[in-house]
Design a protein around this ligand. Sequence first.
Ligand code: ADP
Length: 190
Amino acid sequence: MTSAHLVILGRQGSGKGTQCERLVEAYGMIHVSTGVMLRSAVAAGTELGREAQAIMDTGNLVPDEVINGIVAERLAMPDVVEHGAVLDGFPRTPVQAQVLEDMLDLAGTPLVGALNLDVPVGVVIHRMLDRGRVDDTEEAIRRRLDLYESETEPLLSWFEDRGLLKVVDGLGSEEEVFLRLCTTVDEILG
Ligand code: ADP
């Protein structure tokens, strides 16, 4: 089977990261999470990490050209080429979506779906304050959610226009949500 990519969209605190881990385990794709990649660059103290940390701490977005470079490099690696990716945290802006489309056209790998894990704002704020990650200050959370509305929500119609968008209800237990996601992925992969 040729590889295919999926995108997972969802507000911060929607449970995207956890569900992506389970999906890649079930379907054999590679989890490509920009948040994970950036946090490991921060932990490793690389130049990218130092640059990204200050931005992430305020809840702002790392510049498109930086993120696009990181993702392009990752998508070109043999494991992703062979197995396909579940993209988590990318694309997050219309510029990133366009770059993704161009990268995939060049590589000949189709994007087969964009799953929107839908959880209301009021619910995600509580979840994020509870998880207590170091970059989860109240200020940063508010900033990230604002940016989600302004930068990332417009992507929903971008994906919908291409016939790729599937909305999955993200309320309920982790298991319930996972089963809903699997039903949708099965439909997509046919
Ligand atoms: P969250 O979903 O809680 O924002 P992530 O782990 O996806 O967590 O991202 C953490 C931070 O990393 C973001 O707040 C942002 O600063 C940066 N980041 C991650 N992905 C991107 C991206 N595609 N474009 C710009 N910045 C990004």
